[in-house]
Design a protein around this ligand. Structure first.
Ligand SMILES: *[C@@H]1O[C@H](CO)[C@@H](O)[C@H](O)[C@H]1NC(C)=O
Ligand SMILES: *[C@@H]1O[C@H](CO)[C@@H](O)[C@H](O)[C@H]1NC(C)=O
Ligand SMILES: *[C@@H]1O[C@H](CO)[C@@H](O)[C@H](O)[C@H]1NC(C)=O
Ligand SMILES: *[C@@H]1O[C@H](CO)[C@@H](O)[C@H](O)[C@H]1NC(C)=O
Ligand SMILES: *[C@@H]1O[C@H](CO)[C@@H](O)[C@H](O)[C@H]1NC(C)=O
Ligand SMILES: *[C@@H]1O[C@H](CO)[C@@H](O)[C@H](O)[C@H]1NC(C)=O
Ligand SMILES: *[C@@H]1O[C@H](CO)[C@@H](O)[C@H](O)[C@H]1NC(C)=O
Length: 356
């Protein structure tokens, strides 16, 4: 997801000349092309009726909307929710525009949730207090239904990354990759608090998932190694400042799986976590007991970013080629167009706690 992911991982990997492609084996015939695109896509989400929303990562130097609705019949795109929200420029109100979108996903309530970093460009300071926010859009009206300001829990160099939900406790969890830590957001009151700030386990961009029963919060630094902690400790730390110290809360963090560096994750209704291995063009499947197997490996899976599972039991894999983008190649792009979003049948749908 995002530039930051890539930057951190690439700083480690490019140094070793290993960032790009290492797998040149045969293509896997189970993989299907869902979207062909001229602009890198690093996030997708779907509704059961067939609506598809995509996030453009404009690391190819292109300009235009970041969030669009994509019609799979006509292949036409429309800015979501409209052109104006997608047209932030200096002088415009950062509270009513998407300054820079880092992730988007349909939540368990059927709304489209967009994470706005709040900084206009990669590496530029966050516009405080109104830039960083989580915005919910009603997909019946295609209008904003609620804006959750994040200005009180972010700082100038914060990079709001992604969001997951735990409806049982009416909380959302967000990651901050710029000023590393987790943010717990109470959805009813809009109160937000930081936990595990700058803890060893959170010191990087963090893919995360919540288990289907809401018990576990899984997270892993981009460089690898999944951890887990029970969501109740995160939720309690939000209310109990004695618990909210890394020394105390850190005691409840457990190792989960020895994954390599990743671009993004997804979780299915059976609690399996899918993890994109950007070094070797494969998707790793992690069972709830932490056992890892390879779901698929294919030379076309070039930097698969945030993944998605739809009700037709398909795993969506946007091959974003982020590592070939301008921020990571001394100002030039090595992206090979067109790019593709792939799907593969995994025989299981998403957990209700995540989305329909
Ligand atoms: C839309 O894109 C798909 C997959 O990329 C392609 O197979 C199809 O022919 C396109 N349809 C139209 C109407 O352009
Ligand atoms: C895609 O466009 C076609 C033709 O305009 C329309 O009939 C269809 O409803 C659209 N699909 C979605 C999911 O909006
Ligand atoms: C979305 O808007 C529709 C129409 O106004 C309303 O019935 C529905 O409750 C809204 N959904 C949410 C999740 O707020
Ligand atoms: C930040 O916190 C202050 C004090 O609690 C509150 O008055 C203000 O509305 C909050 N601002 C945002 C953007 O949440
Ligand atoms: C707050 O957390 C501390 C440390 O875990 C614990 O000892 C204390 O009982 C908690 N307080 C409440 C009210 O739960
Ligand atoms: C872990 O789960 C997998 C998948 O359900 C199963 O095949 C394997 O036997 C389990 N391993 C252990 C050590 O329980
Ligand atoms: C960028 O340029 C520097 C200095 O010329 C060089 O050391 C580095 O390898 C280049 N990086 C990439 C990704 O091309």
């Amino acid at each position: 997801m995002i530039f930051h992911t890539v930057l951190i991982v690439l700083l480690a990997l490019v140094a070793g000349q290993s960032a790009a492609q290492s797998y040149y084996g045969p293509e896997d015939p189970r993989i299907e092309v869902a979207v062909t695109t001229e602009t890198p896509i690093n996030g997708v989400s779907t509704r059961p009726g067939g609506r598809l929303f995509v996030l453009y990562a404009r690391v190819d130097g292109s300009s235009g909307p970041q969030v669009v609705e994509y019609n799979q019949t006509t292949n036409e795109t429309v800015p979501f929710p409209n052109e104006e929200w997608n047209s932030y420029a200096p002088g415009k109100n950062p509270a009513t525009h998407l300054v820079r979108t880092n992730s988007q996903r349909i939540g368990p309530d059927g709304q489209l949730w967009i994470v706005d970093v709040g900084s206009p460009g990669f590496g530029e300071p966050v516009i405080l207090p109104e830039g960083p926010k989580l915005v919910a859009f009603n997909l019946t009206t295609n209008e904003v239904s609620r804006v959750y300001p994040m200005g009180n829990v972010t700082r100038s160099m914060s990079l709001l990354d992604d969001v997951r939900f735990n409806l049982a406790s009416d909380k959302a969890y967000l990651t901050d990759a710029g000023r590393p830590g987790l943010i717990v957001l109470d959805l009813a009151s809009e109160d937000a608090g930081r936990v595990l700030d700058d803890d060893l386990s959170t010191r990087q961009y963090l893919p995360m998932e919540v288990s289907p029963n809401g018990k576990w919060f899984y997270y892993q630094p981009a460089s690898g190694g999944f951890s887990r902690i029970e969501t109740r400790y995160l939720d309690n730390a939000f209310y109990n400042s004695s618990l909210n110290s890394n020394a105390i809360l850190g005691q409840y963090v457990e190792p989960f799986a020895h994954t390599p560096s990743t671009g993004g994750t997804a979780v299915d209704a059976n609690g399996n976590v899918y993890d994109s291995d950007t070094d070797s063009q494969r998707i790793i499947k992690i069972a709830p007991n932490g056992t890892m197997t390879t779901l698929v490996q294919d030379p076309r899976l070039l930097w698969v970013d945030a993944m998605w599972i739809d009700t037709q039991q398909r795993l969506w894999m946007p091959a974003a080629q982020l590592n070939r983008g301008i921020p990571f190649n001394n100002g030039t792009t090595r992206i090979v167009k067109p790019l593709y979003v792939y799907t593969i049948d995994i025989g299981v749908g998403p957990p209700a706690i995540d989305h329909a």
